[in-house]
Design a protein around this ligand. Sequence first.
Ligand SMILES: *Cc1c(COP(=O)(O)O)cnc(C)c1O
Length: 378
Amino acid sequence: MNSIAFQDLRESDKRYLPEIEEAVVGVLRTGRYLNGEQTAAFEQELGELLEAGEAVACSNGLDALRLILESYIALGRLQRGDEVIVPANTFVATLLSVSHSGLTPVVAEPSESDFNLDLSRLPIGKKTRGIIPVHLYGTPCWDREKMEEARRRGLIVIEDNAQAIGARAREEGFNGTDKTGSLGDASAISFYPAKNIGAAGDAGAVATSDPELARMVRKLRNYGSEKKYEHEYLGHNCRMDEIQAAVLRVKLRHLDEETEARRRRARQYDREITNPLIRKPEIRDDALQVWHQYVVRTPERDRLRAYLKEAGIGTEIHYPIPVHKQKCYAGGGGNLKLGAGPACPVAEKLAREILSLPIANATESEIEYITSVINRFS
Ligand SMILES: *Cc1c(COP(=O)(O)O)cnc(C)c1O
């Protein structure tokens, strides 16, 4: 067996290349590179897919989160200094969006069972005004009961849907859908190339059923302006390129088959890994997981990773350092607060034990090889 890369973007895009080429050349022929037909059509299609009232295309996932938070501030629904709960085991962008907006990220523990925010012990305090659940690795994380509590307490819920496009939760939320990205008040998505749907560069989007919020996001995305050369807010330039929108429209058409392939690979890993030293992720039958990552656990993680590398198998760790241990946040940088006490033992333990196996484009026979190697690990 040749070596197996953790992920190969060229391989993922190969089958769609003729369609992507046509889409890109189509944009070049129009000479319209921003704020055009492609972006408008993409927003319409993404909004329908997420069953959200509205989608607003933007520059990347971090900017999507920031545009949401800054919009809430501009609308007077969040104030600088307010506290927002975030998981300790997310990608740093989730927290950066909070810090950049002058808000205070309060770090919470994940649950050992599904790696997602532990909803049974959210550190909701007197100054908490928002929660950002992250549907980590493509597993939905949020429920109706928590949303009811959030509404009762006047908390804003922003889903970080960067890893979970197309996923469905256990039950319908307040917006009458079980699609992640439409379970809270607003959501952010990333089309970073390695995500389940990736652009040919950076791209992201906001989704919300709140028209007032969507309108403010549109203004802040475009220099704080709705009317050319009239600037109401200290806005940004966070637009999506027409070329990216055109590429993403092609890929959105293939989302279901991509998701099904990831689910098939996850089921194969689940069937074929039998080594008792390896703890497999839970496959839920009451929700639709989209397997952005397939993450196994073992206290012998570093040894397993080296052993797989020796056998030519690429792996990754998502993420090796919990956010509160990052240099930029250590010692209370970025306004960070620990919600669970002086440490996050669960997140810290997970960071030592988790390992992501190839899922983006591994073939059936590659997974057979990977699992046979894993089963011989001792
Ligand atoms: C990728 C990612 C982001 C940031 O998206 P970018 O498009 O890279 O800015 C935010 N949150 C999570 C959970 C992510 O995985």
